[in-house]
Design a binder for this molecule. Structure first.
Ligand code: NCD
Ligand code: ZN
Length: 342
């Protein structure tokens, strides 16, 4: 049987949530990733300060009890209009590696997102982040009058360019890049700019969300776009270019929160992340670059050591379960061709 061994992944964008979702879903990430960048958009308690981080890290450790594989949550805080240089300095002392900026209102729990990326106050905060070596993670979409949801990423690019020029030593991650243009811009900008790519954006186009009936479990932000965009993402992910690395954006929501009047955006991809990546890289004939995408590139950008532990995948058909404790995983009911040996 065909088999591959890979270093445990560095998943650079994960929503672990809290309470029941945290405890029931974290095992699906902990089987493949040894380091994850933990997104701070929890509710009701958002992760905004060093104290929030200490609380949240403790919740994560409790949920990990009994987990046998190494798992290190690398913590982040939300950067809001009122986040000060002092806040980020204190957060750094609590072990925070990055601040996440959500422009106002573009995705799940961005209700308190940034209104202005260039106000005097927030540029002082970005300056402090640059000085102390804290990364800036950006949900790179900007809403506006007469801006379609499919145009929001493009509409954000001028902000990215300006930030990268103004803070040339601030490491910026353009999260879940979803367009050919976004990929091109990340390639063009300086070494301080990198991007995460999700597994679902390597699989989906807008057709898979609304083209053949409405599929709420494929709804996410940024919205999957054209075939050309998807091809550019596949090319970037499998290229070996150190600027591109895995950030699954695994984002579980209960089924009733997605199948309703205003459904939540976010895809719970964790159970299928390794299998789908093996399939995609095999199809491209680029197995040799898979580990760069899943481990090495992110570790380098974040200045973290490489994981020594390995996972094993075998070529074997299996069908993805329809629901796990109230949550529908990505690719539910569909056949996949690689399986992780547990
Ligand atoms: C994420 C979530 O559910 O928290 N949703 C999503 O569609 N990706 C938030 C985010 O990363 O945008
Ligand atoms: Zn996310």
């Amino acid at each position: 049987m065909k088999e591959i061994k890979l270093r445990m992944f560095f998943d650079a964008h994960c929503h672990l949530r809290t309470e029941r979702i945290l405890s029931n879903m974290i095992p699906f990430i902990a089987v493949y990733a040894s380091k994850v960048i933990v997104m701070p958009n929890t509710r009701p308690r958002a992760i905004l300060t060093g104290d929030d981080v200490i609380w949240y890290r403790n919740e994560i450790q409790k949920a990990l009890r009994g987990n046998k594989m190494p798992f290190e949550p690398l913590m982040t805080i939300e950067i809001r209009d009122n986040t000060t240089p002092q806040t980020v300095e204190e957060a750094k002392k609590a072990g925070v590696v990055a601040g996440k900026a959500y422009p106002l209102g573009v995705t799940t729990n961005s209700d308190e997102g940034l209104r202005d990326f260039f106000s005097g106050e927030i540029t002082d905060t970005f300056q402090a982040m640059e000085d102390i070596g804290m990364l800036l993670l950006i949900h790179g979409e900007l809403d506006g009058e007469k801006i379609l949801v499919t145009e929001r990423e493009k509409n954000f690019i001028p902000v990215l360019v300006k930030l990268s020029e103004r803070f040339p030593k601030l490491k910026i991650v353009f999260e879940h890049v979803s367009t050919k243009f976004g990929v091109y811009m990340v390639e063009q900008l300086g070494e301080n700019v990198a991007a995460t790519i999700t597994v679902h954006h390597l699989c989906l186009t807008l057709n898979d969300v609304i083209g053949y009936g409405i599929k709420p479990h494929n709804a996410c932000m940024p919205i999957p776009k054209t075939f050309e965009d998807r091809d550019a993402l596949i090319e970037a992910a499998t290229s070996g270019n150190p600027k591109f690395f895995l950030g699954s954006d695994s984002a579980p929501h209960f089924r009733n929160k997605k199948e309703c009047f205003v459904g939540a955006c976010g895809i719970f991809s964790a159970p299928v992340v390794p299998a789908l990546l093996a399939e995609i890289f095999e199809k491209e004939g680029r197995f040799n670059r898979l580990e760069a995408f899943t481990s090495a590139n992110a570790a380098k950008f974040y200045g973290q050591p490489l994981s020594e532990e390995k996972i094993t995948l075998v070529k074997k058909d299996w069908v993805v379960i329809e629901e796990i404790d109230g949550i529908v995983p990505f690719m539910a009911r569909q056949k996949l061709y690689w399986e992780q040996v547990l």
